[in-house]
Design a protein around this ligand. Structure first.
Ligand code: SF4
Length: 358
């Protein structure tokens, strides 16, 4: 059996109200895991997959469910009828399967992924080792599809305004209602702000912009000065903490998972990066790193092939981009992160967004 959920995207880029309500019911009942595919009927794009399906199947309301079994398609326009006729039976079968698996192998969920209730947020968490094994050889899109189908709207991309814009493109193809946020430290380059606006315009989305707490920032500047971060790693980390880490912490407290553009080839601090992690530093939520196994060239192939807007600083010798005063262009042959906090040693070059609790 394959279940497809078709939702509608309105002119403003948001999901329709009924679609949001049904998603919330599926999520709160832990039923989203039984939906194999979510597609969108985007009113701005008659050729979107959902619009095409709605035309073919002559359905005029959203959301609706398509259940395919033995070559037959059944359409459900009501969540309640779908739940009664399909979900309840699937849930019952899954419960029996879970019970059988428990007897055979211990405490596992319906996918054979073991569930541990020891995450810092106290919520049931999937078995990260099993998920990493499952997704290691898979594409970034496959991991994103799983993450969005399982956790949306409680999962969002932390977009730095740099080359991880490739993930923005992938996510919006999978789910046009995907959530994307960015940290505006107040010290970004004009080119980075230009890119954020270019992305808003191209995809017709709203990027969630997080600002530092104004009282904290004012206190820091009053006591330490405007460019005090050049004084050393302690000063720099204080600035990153106020401008990046604290706003991020606030955002992540409202999510079940976040998505990053981290890659293993970016830095010595990232060589052991997993695609899926539990982020103990931020409340034990899920952290997905879909590009972990990609190289710099893989990312740029994607950006060029898919005509994704990118930060113009990349054309000026900036392979890695952060705040304006803390990023310089690199010379040919230099490490790609040599231009970030160049006055520090490579081992200390993290801003506090991506840390592991010891
Ligand atoms: S990168 Fe530089 S300016 Fe930006 S928050 Fe960190 S220390 Fe401050």
């Amino acid at each position: 059996m394959e279940i497809t959920l078709v939702k509608k995207i309105m002119e403003d880029g948001e999901e329709c109200k009924k679609c949001r309500e049904v998603s919330e019911r599926l999520r709160s009942g832990d039923e989203l895991r039984f939906i194999d595919k979510v597609v969108y009927a985007d009113v701005r794009d008659p050729e979107s997959e959902g619009s095409r399906l709605a035309r073919e199947l002559d359905v005029e309301i959203a959301p609706f469910f398509i259940v395919e079994e033995g070559g037959e398609k059944t359409i459900y326009k009501s969540y309640m009828v779908f739940k009664k006729n399909v979900l309840n039976k699937v849930l019952e079968a899954a419960d029996i399967e879970v019970e059988n698996k428990r007897k055979r192998t211990g405490d596992t969920d319906a996918f054979g992924i073991s569930m541990a209730s020891s995450a810092a947020n106290g919520k049931n968490s999937p078995d990260i080792d099993a998920l990493n094994k499952k997704f290691e050889g898979k594409s970034p899109q496959e991991l994103l599809e799983w993450g969005l189908n399982t956790y949306h709207p409680n999962i969002a991309l932390a977009w730095s305004g740099a080359e991880d814009v490739a993930i923005v493109d992938m996510m919006l193809r999978i789910n046009p209602g995907s959530r994307i946020f960015t940290l505006d430290t107040g010290r970004l380059n004009k080119e980075t702000y230009d890119l954020i606006d270019a992305v808003r315009k191209k995809y017709g989305i709203k990027v969630e912009v997080l600002l530092p707490d104004s009282a904290e920032a004012e206190k820091m500047l009053r006591e330490r000065g405007m460019n005090f971060f050049y004084e050393g790693a302690e000063a720099r980390k204080l600035c990153c903490n106020v401008r990046k880490v604290e706003p991020l912490k606030k955002m992540l407290a409202s999510l079940d998972g976040w998505i990053t553009g981290l890659r293993r080839d970016q830095a010595v601090t990232r060589t052991a990066l997993n695609k899926i992690e539990i982020d103990d530093a931020f409340g034990g939520i899920l952290k997905l790193n879909p590009l972990a196994g990609w190289s710099h060239d893989d990312v740029w192939d994607y950006i060029r092939k898919n005509d994704v807007p990118y930060n113009k600083l990349h054309d000026m010798g900036y392979p890695s981009i952060g705040c304006a005063p803390c990023t310089r262009a690199v010379e040919s042959g230099e490490d790609i992160r040599a231009g970030r906090w160049w006055w520090e040693t490579p081992e200390s070059k993290e801003c506090g967004l991506h840390v592991k609790k010891k």
